[in-house]
Design a protein around this ligand. Structure first.
Ligand code: ASP
Length: 342
């Protein structure tokens, strides 16, 4: 009996080592997709130099994430690698370059989810953590909680030895000007509270960043990092750190990161809704994504978009705004980056 099972094991080992590497690779594709925010992004309001700068940074982020997957790394690490490139870039509303709150500070939100086991981590309203996505990951891996906020989250970051910075590390002149313009407009309006959101929804280029990845083990992951919305007040938290709204991953359906007017993404549970349609109604990611982004969300008055990746490596990136900074890289194909809707 024992000898027979040893012989079977030897045969299996011999057969599997004889399998060519290429055929193993095509059985389980790897892929990554990213976004750098959606909004009123048109050719008219982006110079050729700005356009190139965004494309180069998106490509750099895709390549960093893809390199992790290519080496056999896991999808969570790939998501972190891609997002950190964008957090460190002042071009995006995440990490350096994050938007300002009404009080002239930066309050950052981030979340991450693993599609293999439903583990998740999130942080909201942190002011001194250099990489909020790394803190979200540390919450997922090293705490018994899913979501930490404010000073408690910062205390946890310190305990875990994460890099901390002064809040003005996130400052940029362009975001300060945006804040000043937003405040002037809000102050001039008759109903400053309501007007704040209306203004931002129409004119503001969001700029949140996110990534979704599929690794050689067939595991999906999704992550999102943001400074939220310009001139936010009262400790406002958007969808980005909310699991199911701005971020979702489930190996049985898909991985999603969202960007747009967070209040709507929270109310319509956008990321989880799209994946639920894939999981329970056997919809493709294209059908499910279109139904929610161009149907449910748009009818409600919500603007924005998502990046979707399924366990077969299919990518879909729908948005109902004029543009969305986005890109993807799939096995055997060069990286693709795009900005506008046409
Ligand atoms: N969704 C983000 C928020 O509402 C903003 C964005 O996507 O740029 O906080």
């Amino acid at each position: 009996m024992k000898a027979a099972s040893i012989a079977v094991a030897a045969l299996v080992a011999a057969l599997s080592s004889a399998l060519p590497v290429a055929s193993m690779a095509t059985e389980q594709p790897i892929a990554i997709a990213i976004h750098g925010g959606a909004g009123t992004i048109t050719r008219a309001n982006l110079s050729a130099e700005q356009e190139q700068a965004y494309k180069d940074k998106l490509k750099q982020a895709l390549d960093a994430g893809y390199a992790v997957l290519e080496k056999g790394g896991n999808s969570t690490d790939a998501v972190i690698a891609a997002i950190q490139i964008m957090e460190d870039s002042p071009l995006f509303n995440a990490g350096r370059g994050a938007v300002y709150t009404w009080d002239g500070e930066h309050e950052l939100d981030a979340s991450i989810m693993s599609g293999a086991n439903g583990n998740a981590g999130a942080v909201a309203g942190v002011k001194t953590v250099k990489s909020p996505i790394q803190l979200a990951r540390t919450v997922m891996d090293k705490s018994v909680h899913v979501m930490l906020s404010g000073s408690g989250a910062e205390q946890f970051a310190k305990q875990q030895g994460l890099t901390q910075v002064d809040n003005d590390y996130f400052d940029t002149e362009q975001r300060l000007q945006q804040l000043n313009r937003a405040k002037q407009k809000i102050r001039r309006s008759e109903q400053p509270e309501q007007q704040a959101w209306r203004y931002l929804d129409l004119d503001y280029k969001y700029g949140t960043v996110g990534a979704v990845a599929l690794d050689q083990q067939g595991n999906l992951a999704a992550g999102t990092s943001t400074g939220g919305m310009t001139a936010k007040r009262y400790g406002r938290i958007g969808d980005s750190p909310i699991i199911g709204a701005g971020t979702w991953a489930d190996n049985a359906s898909c991985a999603i990161s969202a960007t747009g007017h967070g209040e709507y993404f929270i109310r319509y549970h956008v990321a989880a809704d799209i994946c639920a349609r894939v999981k329970y109604q056997q919809k493709t990611i294209k059908a499910a994504g279109d139904e929610v982004i161009h149907g449910v969300l748009q009818q409600a008055g919500g603007t924005g978009g998502v990046i979707i990746l399924d366990a077969q490596g299919n990518v879909y990136q729908p948005f109902n705004t004029e543009g969305m900074y986005r890109g993807y890289r799939k096995q055997g194909e060069p990286a693709q980056v795009a900005i506008y809707g046409d």
